[in-house]
Design a protein around this ligand. Structure first.
Ligand code: KG4
Ligand code: ZN
Length: 348
C-alpha cells in the first residue's frame, strides 16, 4: 500500500510586542494563521496627556504582560512547550516599553529553553498582510515584487520587497510621520488623542475641498514631508480664530486628511509603476484610515493588500508573523540581545 507523505509539523511562534502603548501577545502558526491574539490597549490611560507618556507606558506594560501572555496561550489551547520560538519586538519604539517586552521574552526563553528571535517593528507591520484567523479561509498571499507603504505614528516608509525578508528601502519621511501629523493636527483643531481616528470621524461631516492645503511631492525622490502641511493648518486655524466664530473642524479635518491621502497614494502608486510591482501593501496604524484604504484600492492597477483594521494598529500577531520568517531563516538572539529603539528599516 502506498504511504501518504505526512504534512510537516506546524511551526508555532509566540509573539511579544510592546514598542509603544499596546501590550500584546499572540500565537501564529506557519507565519500566517492567527491561533490567538491579545492586545491590552493603554490609549485611555494616555488620552489625558494628549499623547503617550513613556514612563506610564513602561510601568503599565509590566502590570499587563503576564496576564496577556497567559491569555494568548490559553486562547490558542497551547502550553509554552507546544511553541517553537518566541519572537519579540527589539525596535524601533520607546526604549522603556521595549525593555519590558524583551525581558519578558528572555525570561520565558530562559525558563522554557525556547529560541529567541528579535523582530523589527516596521517589518512586523508588513507581515500583518499575510495573517488570517484560524478557522477562516486563507487570504491570498501578496505577490513579489511588492511595493509597500508603512505608515505609523513614528514612521512613513516606502519599500520595495523583492521576496521574503529582502528589501530595497526607497524613501521615508524627512520630518513628521503620517500618523504624527494626524495626531498633531488633531490637537491643533481641538480633537482627542489618538488623532487619526478622531480626524477620520470629524472628516466624515466635512468638505475635503474647503481648504486647499499644500502637498509636498518632492519630485524626483521617494521621500515624504508633512511638516509644511501641519504649518499650513496651524496658520489657517490662527487666521480663523482671530476672525472669531467656531472653527469649521469637519472641513479642516477633511481637507487635511485629503492632502495626506493624496500624497501617500500618489507616491506609492507611482513607485509601484516605476518598479513593476505585482502588488501593493499598506500597513501600520494609519492604514486603518478609511479614506486612504478607499483611495488606494480605487486607483491601483495591481492587487492591494491592506490588513483588517484590528491588525493595522500595533499587535503581536504581526510580530510572530515576521518572527516566523526570521526564525526559518536561522536568526536567533542570545540572552544578551538588547533593544534597538532607533532601528531604521534601511538596516534590514
Ligand atoms: O502603528 P501604530 O499603531 O503605532 C506605531 O507603531 O506608531 O500607529 C499609530 C498611529 C497614530 O498616529 C494614530 O493616530 C494613527 O496610527 N491612526 C490613524 C487611524 N488609526 C490610527 N491615522 C489615521 N486614520 C486612522 N483611522
Ligand atoms: Zn506600529
Amino acid at each position: 500500500m502506498p504511504v501518504e507523505p505526512s504534512a510537516p509539523p506546524p511551526v508555532r511562534v509566540l509573539g511579544i510586542e510592546s514598542s509603544c502603548d499596546e501590550t500584546a501577545a499572540s500565537v501564529v502558526e506557519n507565519g500566517r494563521v492567527i491561533l490567538s491574539g491579545v492586545v491590552a490597549s493603554q490609549a485611555e490611560l494616555h488620552a489625558r496627556f494628549g499623547g503617550v507618556f513613556p514612563e506610564v507606558a513602561s510601568r503599565q506594560h509590566i502590570l499587563n504582560f503576564y496576564p496577556v501572555v497567559e491569555m494568548a496561550l490559553s486562547q490558542a489551547h497551547l502550553d509554552l512547550k507546544d511553541v517553537d520560538a518566541i519572537a519579540v519586538t527589539r525596535g524601533p519604539g520607546l526604549p522603556g516599553s521595549l525593555v519590558v517586552g524583551i525581558n519578558i521574552a528572555k525570561g520565558l526563553c530562559l525558563g522554557s529553553g525556547l529560541p529567541l528571535v528579535g523582530v523589527n517593528h516596521l517589518e512586523a507591520h508588513l507581515y500583518s498582510a499575510w495573517l488570517y484567523p484560524a478557522g477562516e479561509e486563507a487570504i491570498p498571499e501578496p505577490q513579489f515584487p511588492l511595493l509597500a507603504l508603512i505608515v505609523s505614528g513614528g514612521h512613513t516608509e516606502l519599500v520595495l520587497m523583492e521576496t521574503h525578508l529582502a528589501y530595497r528601502h526607497l524613501g521615508a519621511t524627512l520630518d513628521d510621520a503620517a500618523g504624527e501629523a494626524f495626531d498633531k493636527v488633531a490637537r491643533l483643531i481641538g480633537l482627542d488623542y489618538p488623532g487619526g481616528p478622531s480626524i477620520q470621524r470629524a472628516a466624515e461631516g466635512g468638505n475635503p475641498r474647503a481648504f486647499d492645503f499644500p502637498r509636498a511631492w518632492l519630485e524626483g525622490r521617494w521621500d515624504f514631508s508633512f511638516s509644511g502641511l501641519k504649518t499650513a493648518v496651524l496658520r489657517t486655524v490662527r487666521r480663523l480664530e482671530t476672525s472669531g466664530g467656531a472653527l469649521p473642524v469637519g472641513d479642516l479635518a477633511a481637507s487635511f486628511q485629503e492632502a495626506v491621502v493624496d500624497v501617500l497614494v500618489g507616491k506609492t502608486l507611482q513607485a509601484a509603476q516605476e518598479f513593476d510591482a505585482r502588488s501593493v501593501l499598506v500597513a501600520g496604524g494609519v492604514s486603518a484610515n478609511r479614506a486612504l484604504r478607499q483611495a488606494i484600492q480605487a486607483r491601483a492597477e495591481c492587487p492591494v493588500h491592506i490588513p483588517p483594521i484590528s491588525l493595522c494598529t500595533d499587535n503581536a500577531a504581526m510580530t510572530a508573523g515576521a518572527g516566523h520568517f526570521r526564525f526559518l531563516h536561522g536568526q536567533r538572539g542570545g540572552l544578551d540581545m538588547d533593544v534597538l529603539p532607533n532601528w531604521p528599516f534601511s538596516e534590514l
